[in-house]
Design a protein. Sequence first.
Length: 372
Amino acid sequence: MRFSDIPGLSDIKQRLIHTAKQGKIAHAQLFMGREGAINLPLALAYTTFLHCTNRGETDACGQCPACSKSLKYIHPDTHFVFPVSNVKGDKDDDRFRADMMKSWRSFLVEQPFGGPGDWTTSYGGEDKTAIISKDESREIVKALSLKPFESPFKIMIIWQPEAMHPSAANGILKILEEPPQNTFFLLVSNSAERLLPTILSRTQQLTVPLLEDTEVDAHLSKLEANAGKRAKAVANAEGNLRLALSLLESDAEDHHERLADWLRACYKQDAVKLYTLAEEFHEMDRLQQHALLTYALRIMRETLLAYAGATTLLRSRENEQEFVQKFCKMMRLDSLEQAYQFINEAGMMLERNGSAKMIFFDTSLRLGRAMN
Ligand SMILES: [Zn+2]
């Protein structure tokens, strides 16, 4: 993450850059923000800037070896602490820690504006409380006892310090107050009111506000989205970038439910249900009908890729991935290819202005036969 990847917040960015240039970096800073504030991205961009060996006026260079590591979140002088729950009950601490670190890096890369819920969902821990355990304070002290490897600085980012077990919080009080030279703590909190006063009093506090609508809009404008949809997402997100991004995607969500429903009915060869669905699809406008078929083709392509074992190529979101995996197990390769072709043909027939009801009903029956 670099400053230029973050919309808005120019005052705060300037202030952070200024501290780095003056060499007046507070040894423990608390980046506070409400849910949806982009305080974690800001702390990450600040870290990239601090480590960069070829800093520009307003940002890290993005090219030097330090930046290249920072952008992949593998810089040896950046340490991360974040809440987790041991959902698999792994007894081997080191392996568990390494697994979680891997998940954490993927999360940062894939969902740069994700929140606590996105994080726990990303490793399958959504129904368990994630905490920063008391062992973690020992790890923090251990990690900071070594000299920096490559950078002049060592940076310890603690995300959601409010999730620290009280004994973990107490375990870091001393080092938080007097860290080793050139070591900086960046605490990133969404509910600072839950922090122990002893932690709060040891940090310099920085409030990261939610974004202005124009800033959210500027960010969304970089993505492919129609103007109406974008305006709606901006209006409903109220400065929460994460929410705006998911609102922008929510049409895909509708298609996902619709497609899953449709394919299930095809599989069951449930003629009554299929006829009702065909009528429903008929009522949608052409654009939506095409969007549904385009979406179906994308899911089929992803399933074909999954079939070939190319899971790393999958760009689908979590509920889609689950669906793709199930679909993959259910379908033979040749019937999958057939299904792809039927949906493709349905799209062409729609383009020729055929009756949507007949096209969808006919395609449903063909899909049903292919699946069974
Ligand atoms: Zn650099």
